[in-house]
Design a protein around this ligand. Structure first.
Ligand SMILES: [Ca+2]
Ligand SMILES: [Ca+2]
Length: 598
């Protein structure tokens, strides 16, 4: 999805080799005991809610019995496997171990004679609390322009990188007031992904998704403590973390005309080095319609959220709304300014080869920004010239397709409109619920019992964010119409990401028994610490191999490799972590709902 071409790469795997040698001196018995864990028996490696659904998937099953065992291998529950109706993408049928009716809290294994054991898992309330919080804390580790202190970052503490107080105006971005080579200050923000650049388009969907998490579940999000420098200042920590990026975004608007620079970047990707070692000049480049509308949408949403914290943040909500309106005005005057990096490089020096995030269709960005501004201002004018229903598709959001972000906002603020809401609202609601119904139809026939596993096309670049965004759509539908199936299949996609999948990985660094150890992420590669920075979501299974690194299988859901060169399957990115953070925290916030019907 980031579609970034990389240079100056070097591999660093000596640490893993050393770890493997240490493990080889462990007693043979313990090796045998662990050898079969998680190979044929796949499930959420974190665990399950006592009253929630609990499913394990068994590959190569010989019989039809399964057992839940304590970690001392004592049987506490027995059940029968069901055979999947449809096979995996590789053509094999699976055994489905449904132990939902086993509700006793504890630590367990799923055992299937002839197939082996699952990894250990827990049954307990709030079982996802820690991994959900870690996926937001991950943004602290992505902060530019600050040192990470040991008190907050533990062994991943590091020196400050990229102060970005002296950023050049690239010739593509020159204006009367800011000629090429002029200097602006644009500090803070999150590094985008495996690289150290900052892109407004991708920051837009990311920041909005995290703001929505707070907006949709404010009571729960107040309980999520992150141990970051701002903790304890009276704001929920998720908002504290968002502010680090929001304050950077605010500096990316040209105050003279309201247009927003597409990105703040080196001219080329850095080597695989720590951020403080990267000292290349930084530029802001060309203003564009996608960046400016994304900025308008996020700032309008932020004004709505932060208006409740005027004591702690005097003036912020007002500034956000003023800057959102200025951005909107620029976009209305410049409705089709594409960021075309190749064309820019033919015209201007220095050439820029970092992530392009090029988009040519702004219908969805206009819908998103107009929806946010309408809700924030309660003025219907923003929607006047916008076709809210340009087509019948309901694509889950990506950085280049944000229509549903606008729909979610309109629907959840439905009541605020009173009788003067957009006339399309009821149709949008109908389409969202139909999309959710469509999504869950047939998921129970798949080999892994998930929406994610329905179609090969779900397994593109950043497939784990597809799984998470499907989960968000189902949760948005559940909030409109409390069909328990929506919630259960949202949870099933969380189970997918945390281990019930074709690759057998829990795709979040540091959470689960088999997790990515070599994400394509510069600090994780360069810091000399064996464990990668925790709470990061790997892109996931993707048979495309755009990086040229061979994956062990090209079956779509198995096409994953834990290799730090494999940016097509194993990069991390802020726009992938955000939907995971939404899904995992939303499921935690809604966990008591599982008790109600069963
Ligand atoms: Ca678009
Ligand atoms: Ca490392």
């Amino acid at each position: 999805m980031c579609n970034k071409y990389l240079r100056g790469y070097r591999k660093s795997c000596c640490c893993l080799l050393a770890a493997a040698l240490i493990f080889s001196v462990q007693p043979v018995l313990s090796q045998q005991k662990t050898a079969s864990e998680g190979v044929n028996v796949r499930l959420n490696q974190t665990g399950f809610y006592p009253a929630g659904p609990k499913i394990g998937i068994v590959l190569n099953s010989k019989g039809d019995d399964f057992y839940i065992q304590t970690t001392a291998k004592k049987n506490v529950y027995a059940g029968k496997l069901k055979r999947s109706i449809k096979p995996t993408f590789g053509g094999a049928y699976t055994g489905i171990a449904d132990f939902s009716e086993f509700k006793t809290a504890g630590k367990y294994l799923l055992y299937v004679p002839g197939s082996g054991y699952s990894f250990p898992f827990e049954i307990k309330p709030s079982v996802h609390h820690n991994v959900a919080a870690a996926s937001i804390k991950a943004y602290y580790f992505m902060r530019a322009s600050t040192a990470l202190k040991e008190k907050y970052a533990g062994k991943w503490s590091r020196a400050e990188g990229h102060p970005d107080t002296s950023v050049l105006i690239h010739v593509s971005a020159a204006s009367d007031g800011r000629p090429a080579g002029a200097i602006i200050s644009s500090p803070r923000g999150w590094y985008d992904a495996g690289d150290y650049n900052k892109y407004i388009v991708n920051s837009g969907i990311t920041t909005s998704t995290l703001l929505s998490l707070y907006e949709d579940f404010p009571a729960y999000m107040k309980t999520v403590k992150l141990n970051i420098p701002e903790s304890g200042n009276g704001l929920p920590d998720v908002l504290n973390e968002i502010l680090w990026n929001l304050r950077w975004m605010l500096t990316m608007q040209d105050p003279a005309d309201g247009g927003v620079y597409h990105k703040l970047t080196n001219v080329a990707f850095d080597k695989m080095e720590m951020p403080d070692k990267s000292l290349e000049p930084r530029y802001v480049v060309q203003k564009g319609t996608a960046a400016t509308l994304g900025f308008a949408a996020v700032m309008a949403q932020a004004s709505r959220v932060f208006t409740k914290f005027k004591t702690q943040l005097p003036g912020l909500a007002d500034s956000c709304l003023i800057q959102a309106s200025k951005a909107w005005d620029w976009a209305m005057k410049n409705p089709n300014v594409v960021y075309n990096q190749d064309a820019m490089n033919k015209q201007f020096e220095p050439k820029v080869s970092t992530g392009a995030y090029g988009d040519r269709n702004f219908k969805d960005e206009f819908i998103w920004a107009a929806s946010e501004l309408t809700v924030a201002t309660q003025k219907p004018g923003f929607l006047k010239d916008i076709n809210l229903l340009p087509d019948t598709t309901m694509p889950v959001p990506t950085w280049s397709q944000v229509k549903l972000l606008g729909y979610y906002t309109l629907l959840k603020n439905n009541k605020a409109f009173g009788p003067n809401g957009p006339k399309e609202l009821s149709e949008i609601k109908k389409r969202l619920l139909a999309a959710a119904d469509n999504m869950i139809a047939g998921a129970d026939e798949t080999a892994y019992q998930t929406v994610m596993n329905k179609f090969a096309r779900h397994f593109g670049w950043g497939s784990n964010s597809e799984a998470a965004n499907e989960g968000i759509l189902l949760i948005q539908a559940y909030r409109l119409s409390p069909n328990k199936k929506y919630l259960e299949y949202a949870l099933a996609n969380l189970d997918y990401i945390l281990g019930r999948n074709g690759a057998g990985y829990s795709y979040i660094t540091g959470y689960g028994s088999k997790t990515p150890m070599h994400p394509h992420h510069r600090p994780s590669v360069a810091d000399g610490i064996v464990e990668p920075i925790p709470g990061l979501l790997a892109g996931g299974a993707n048979p495309g191999m755009q990086d040229g690194i061979k994956v062990p299988s090209t079956n779509p859901d198995e096409a994953y490799i834990d290799d730090d060169r494999a940016y097509a399957a194993n990069e991390i990115a802020i726009n992938w972590n955000a939907p995971f953070a939404y899904l995992a925290n939303a499921i935690e916030a809604l966990q008591t709902e599982f008790r109600k019907s069963k």
